[in-house]
Design a protein around this ligand. Structure first.
Ligand SMILES: Cc1cc2nc3c(=O)[nH]c(=O)nc-3n(C[C@H](O)[C@H](O)[C@H](O)COP(=O)(O)OP(=O)(O)OC[C@H]3O[C@@H](n4cnc5c(N)ncnc54)[C@H](O)[C@@H]3O)c2cc1C
Length: 416
């Protein structure tokens, strides 16, 4: 089989890339290790930056998001006894949306199925070949075991942190930066209405806690726990007690509503950046090139931002044999490092390290954010997210749409 673009991985990066390419008439095939049902059921991120929402809307993926997503003006940030609201709309004129990655994935699968996208689910032994030539190819075993080979002009690795694409770039070429945080998150999904209108990020001497949500009936919670925590060590009673304590039950008569816990898992926290994000005819996007701890809600948004840059760059490369593909890696890494720093900063500010000196610095930093517009604006600008920019610092938007987001710059569209 021969296609212009072979995409490895059917997560948000791979699916959205195929959607953007199709909008510009570029055909692709997706090769995915898991089943469609597994990919659709994965519980992961839940916050979309304004730019991600604008992009999804502009390419016809906004209908359910607008009906079921929840637009938030900001977040609550708290220390024991004090809860402060940061209003991103007042501070930087941008909001965020609560809309689960599972829902984004459903919308993408629905749109790509309707568009006739070819996806090989349950592919085994996926391997990349000849990526430094103009004729790269991917081999794998299809779900029924038959060997397959896809020849492409370009291969895109959207296969997350465990896929084969990132290691197809040799050690002598790539540079890797990584940091493992000395704690993890216990993530909890519960069938209970949120006890808050916007997310609560809580610094607490027992450890960080986050009250997030997925819908008016489903809440998402996180607790800082030691590395190597076994999820079975925590009874549901202990989880609710720890959440109530750390989230400040009793502050201004606030109380935490409890309900049936439907999912519980432990997430290690790490930062990872790999450069370059292009090697010959292989491009990396999303978690294949970078991982951030989830404190800044950046993982999914970075995957979306990468493919917003990459889709028009590939279109230009394939149709005109020129364009911004050479600049893709540097341009994407510019945003990746900003988000890597912000995620590290939020994580370090809110989690207990066990060092009392660190704790005093964290409290000082948080009080600065509570009382200084300059400090609060910095947090808001990073959390709500920067506009999506092309390699030439122009703003991404879909073909034929008006730029209502910033009014500045030229457009950077798939058909440019
Ligand atoms: C458990 C968990 C919880 C998270 N929670 C949050 C959160 O709360 N907030 C946040 O912002 N971010 C969170 N993230 C991060 C966020 O979900 C990711 O940044 C986002 O999914 C990146 O999208 P992606 O498409 O790049 O990668 P992925 O979503 O990882 O998709 C990669 C795809 O490649 C497939 N694949 C892997 N190996 C192969 C192979 N050999 N061959 C073919 N296909 C392969 C995978 O099955 C997967 O479908 C979380 C991540 C995890 C793992």
């Amino acid at each position: 089989m021969r296609v212009p673009v072979a995409i490895i991985g059917a997560g948000p990066a791979g699916m959205l890339l195929s959607h953007l390419l199709a909008a510009d008439g570029v055909e692709s095939v997706i090769i995915e290790a898991r089943s469609e049902a597994y990919v659709l059921a994965r519980i992961r991120a839940g916050i979309l930056e304004q730019s991600s929402v604008q992009l999804l809307r502009s390419v016809g993926l906004g209908r359910r998001l607008e009906q079921e997503g929840m637009e938030h003006r900001g977040i609550y940030l708290q220390i024991p006894g004090e809860r402060h609201h940061l209003d991103f709309v007042d501070l930087v004129g941008r909001s965020v949306w609560v809309y689960g990655q599972t829902e984004v994935q459903k919308d993408l699968v629905g749109a790509r199925t309707a568009g006739g996208q070819r996806i090989f689910y349950e592919a085994g032994d996926v391997a990349l070949h000849d990526v430094t030539t103009e004729c790269p190819h991917v081999t794998f075993a299809a779900a029924d075991g038959t060997p397959q080979r896809i020849d492409a002009d370009v291969v895109v690795g959207c296969d997350g942190s465990f896929g084969p694409s990132r290691s197809a770039i040799p050690d002598g070429v790539k540079q890797v930066w990584q940091y493992t945080y000395p704690y993890s998150w216990l993530g909890v999904l519960a069938d209970v209405a949120p006890s808050t209108d916007e997310l609560i990020y809580a610094w607490h001497p027992d450890g960080f806690a986050l009250h997030s949500m997925r819908s008016p009936d489903v809440s998402r919670f996180y607790l800082q726990v030691p590395d190597d925590t076994d999820v079975n060590e925590w009874s549901h009673r202990q989880i609710w007690d720890a959440l109530a304590r750390r989230l400040g039950e009793g502050i201004d008569d606030w109380s935490l509503q409890t309900g049936p816990i439907t999912e519980c898992s432990v997430l290690p926290m790490r930062s990872y950046v790999q450069s370059p994000m292009r090697y010959g005819r292989l491009f990396l996007a999303g978690d294949a090139a970078h991982i951030v701890p989830p404190t800044g809600a950046k993982g999914l948004n970075l995957a979306i931002a990468d493919v917003a840059l990459l889709a028009p760059a590939l279109t230009a490369l394939l149709k005109h044999h020129s364009g911004p593909a050479d600049a893709y890696s540097d341009a994407a890494l510019h945003r990746v490092w900003r988000c890597t720093h912000f995620s590290w900063w939020m994580t370090r500010m809110l989690h207990q390290s066990g060092d009392p000196f660190d704790a005093q610095l964290q409290l000082s930093q948080l009080r600065w954010v509570f009382t200084s517009d300059a400090a609060a604006t910095g947090l808001a600008e990073n959390y709500a997210g920067l506009p999506l920019e092309g390699p030439d610092r122009t703003i991404f938007r879909a073909p034929g749409t008006a730029d209502t987001s910033t009014g500045k710059g030229q457009t950077y569209s798939p058909s440019a």
